[in-house]
Design a protein around this ligand. Structure first.
Ligand code: ZN
Length: 396
């Protein structure tokens, strides 16, 4: 038998760690002298994984203008939290214990947020990087910093609950949605990706929300809006840009791309590599493993999504286009909630697949059902037309 002198960990996929599924209620609150919508959360169960196809399916479907839809999403899949300034970590810790209130929540909450930013080596680096200015979205009083303040303010929640501002969730979701559109678009459609992304944003109910958070896109979006009628299904190439426009648009996307790629990377690797000079992958993993032992990485929906998106982009399977929404996908999402058992999550993530039968299909079960309902409606309309025509003929 072969006993290696040094135990070398086998190459392993990034670990998806469990996170909390909450039950939620909506509440109007006031912080920093402004009214805000807050979601009050209480721990309900534990999630161990997301169904395959979630990133290209349900995630892109959530209407971010509708708090009821967001709550339904959160109760099924968990809270979209930002990895920036350690929020994902603090949210999980608050589900365990959140007993502290403050007499001066605005000062203390802001201090906690900035301390966390400075304590996290990677977040601090990001805050200094001009290409990552989009992360300033989370610093907003209505976003992740405001969430800290709301948790310390008495009279909003019970001790066993935690607060997260609706705008905070919406901002993180906008990052997740745009990142998915952008990177799947680039992988599936190559140099037509920007046409595709702009078109998808234009026909999305979340257009205004995305435009507000990613203001660099405003002019490009106006251009697409003016150039063609709104199609239900975006066909890449229907909006063809000339070379000059292409260069201009890709410049608009440049910093967005850097920031969104950093967001994904931070969700997966919240801690810095301890020794950048170790180039060999296996050795680096061993060093990381020790480090992680001291400083465990917390699970979150955002981390699970980031890992799944990366695995989808890297997998050798071919891209399909959904017949309902026109978005590219590799695996159709069958299950419409997170896994609450580790075995089920593992089975889905690591099973042998074949996506050939999806060639002419749908990105998720919900879209197939939507098309079927439309067809049924058309058939019953046709039948009604026929019956009406018969009656007409009889009357004549
Ligand atoms: Zn679809």
């Amino acid at each position: 038998m072969n006993h290696p002198a040094i135990k070398v960990p086998a190459p392993m996929a990034a670990e998806i760690r469990p996170w909390t599924l909450p039950s939620c209620r909506e509440k109007n609150i006031e912080i920093f002298g402004m009214e805000r919508i807050a979601i009050i959360c209480k721990s309900h169960s534990t999630a161990y994984g997301i169904p395959s196809g979630f990133s290209t399916g349900t995630l892109l479907d959530v209407d971010l203008n509708d708090s009821k839809r967001i709550i339904q999403f959160v109760e099924r899949y968990g809270l979209p939290t930002t990895p920036y300034a350690g929020q994902s970590e603090r949210v999980e810790q608050r589900f365990v214990s959140n007993e502290i209130f403050s007499d001066n929540p605005e000062d203390m909450g802001s201090r906690i947020w900035y301390d966390a930013l400075n304590e996290s080596e990677r977040s601090y680096e990001i805050s200094l990087n001009q290409d990552c200015a989009l992360f300033n979205n989370f610093k907003d009083r209505g976003c992740s910093k405001g969430t800290e303040v709301a948790n310390l303010t008495e009279g909003i929640r019970y001790k066993k609950e935690q607060v997260i501002l609706l705008d905070d969730l919406v901002t993180t979701m906008a990052f997740m949605q745009l990142a998915t559109l952008l990177f799947t678009g680039k992988a599936a459609y190559g140099d037509r990706a920007y046409d595709y992304v702009l078109h998808q944003v234009c026909i999305s109910q979340n257009k205004e929300i995305i435009e507000n958070r990613f203001s660099q896109l405003r002019m490009s979006l106006q251009m697409v809006d003016a150039s063609e009628p709104q199609l239900a299904v975006a066909k890449p190439g229907t909006f063809e840009m000339d070379e000059g426009t292409k260069i201009w648009v890709s410049n608009q996307f440049k910093t967005i791309e850097v920031a969104l790629a950093t967001f994904i990377d931070l969700a997966i690797n919240p801690q810095p590599e301890p020794h950048a000079f170790i180039q060999e992958q296996t050795l680096r993993r061993m060093v990381n493993r020790n480090l992680n032992g001291q400083n465990p990485i917390h699970g979150s929906l955002t981390r699970a999504w980031a890992i799944q998106l990366l695995e989808t982009l890297e997998s050798h399977f071919s891209w399909n286009t959904c017949r309902e929404c026109g978005r590219p996908y590799k695996f159709r999402q069958q299950r419409m909630r997170a896994y609450v058992k580790q075995e089920d999550a593992n089975e889905d993530r690591f099973k042998d697949r074949n996506n050939a039968r999806d060639k002419n299909g749908y990105c998720c079960k919900a879209h197939e059902q939507r098309i079927r309902r439309k067809k049924d409606k058309r058939i019953s309309n046709d039948q009604m037309d026929k019956a009406a025509r018969k009656m007409d003929e009889r009357d004549q």
